[in-house]
Design a protein around this ligand. Structure first.
Ligand SMILES: [Zn+2]
Length: 340
């Protein structure tokens, strides 16, 4: 009897240690071991509705119609080797976790959705009621989605998606990034911020560090639009993830050159690649034109091989980096918080 009791205690401790030591990601179907998540697309969209936060409402599209249109594009990349797909559409822009769960079930792919507010385009996608929230009040909303699931679906976010405008951060956008910091420290979710140029990227990293969050919890989304590549190296050396997410049929050569530069500078281990493609737009006839997610597999990978990138380099970019970036893990800043 006594030995059984000890065996149970031992198994519980062993189980806990194993769970704690293992990186995991959060998909719309629950947690998945990060090292089993394979090849990723780290920034794509399946549905986006641009009507604006104060006009958006359920019923602007028929889910069955959307599934019919979108499913073949997902199957296409699954066949090419993509196992994990990050859907970056935020709330008030058409985030639909239940749609994503249907698509994940149909394809057996890992799909991630998000929590957070999208402040870019001068707050068009923030409801007026949210404009007066404090960082703490915002964070409470987002943390609740992590703890209990999004809007009664039980589906948890796999990352924090926020967005700021291209100039110096406004006070409201600083509030959003502070809310993201609080949420990260409570949940371990990585912060993917639609940013663009270097100026607001570095300002956000500073706000995060002041709030006690390490830059490795920050994905600089649309870093591809910063013309000075040395800025990407600088941010990567601080630990931030550099998202080159504008891959398309016409810029494969340019992306390869940028990757060669980043490899030469020793920061290939911080780079993420995606197309920012898709998506079904409810405002358009049959969802409008859908841009597929295939350039990475059909054009970029062969070009990387032609340009001396090893199998290991390619694995770093497409598997190891996203698995580390999106792992649910609290990343505290090393430096002391200035606000203390
Ligand atoms: Zn996007």
């Amino acid at each position: 009897m006594k030995s059984i009791k000890w065996l149970i205690i031992f198994l519980l401790i062993a189980g806990c240690t194993k769970q704690e030591g293992k990186n995991y990601i959060m998909t719309v179907n629950g947690s998945v071991s990060a090292d089993k998540s394979g090849v990723w697309l780290t920034h794509e969209h399946l549905l986006v509705d641009f009507i604006g936060a104060d006009s958006i409402h359920p019923g602007r599209y028929d889910r069955t119609e959307v599934v019919k249109k979108v499913l073949p594009y997902l199957r296409q990349v699954k066949d090419k080797g993509c196992k994990t797909f990050v859907e970056c559409t935020p709330e008030y822009l058409g985030r639909d976790p239940e749609l994503l769960r249907i698509l994940a079930d149909s394809t057996k792919m890992n799909i991630l959705t998000n929590t957070g507010f999208y402040g870019a385009v001068n707050n068009k996608y923030i409801p007026s009621s949210a404009m007066s929230l404090t960082a703490e009040e915002m964070a409470i909303i987002w943390i609740k989605e992590w703890e209990t699931g999004i809007a009664g679906t039980g589906i948890k976010p796999g990352f924090i998606k926020i967005a700021v405008d291209r100039d110096s951060l406004t006070d409201f956008h600083k509030t959003i990034i502070k809310a993201a910091a609080i949420t990260h420290l409570a949940t371990g979710l990585v912060i993917a911020s639609h940013t663009g140029p270097a100026l607001p990227a570095f300002q956000q990293i500073e706000v995060l560090q002041e709030a006690g969050v390490d830059p490795s919890a920050f994905i600089w989304v649309h870093a591809s639009s910063e013309k000075d590549s040395s800025k990407l190296v600088e941010a990567a050396k601080k630990g931030a993830w550099i998202s080159l997410d504008n891959l398309n049929e016409l810029n494969v050569g340019k992306i390869v050159e940028k990757l060669k530069y980043l490899k030469e500078k020793g920061v290939l281990g911080r780079v993420l690649i995606s197309h920012d493609a898709g998506w079904y737009d409810p405002a358009k006839e049959d969802g409008g034109d859908f841009r597929p997610f295939t350039t990475l597999f059909d054009k970029l990978i062969p070009e990387l091989k032609n340009n001396g990138f090893t199998k290991n380099d390619i694995k770093t970019i497409l598997e190891t980096n996203p698995q580390q970036a999106f792992a649910v893990k609290i990343r505290k800043a090393n430096i002391k918080s200035k606000t203390l």
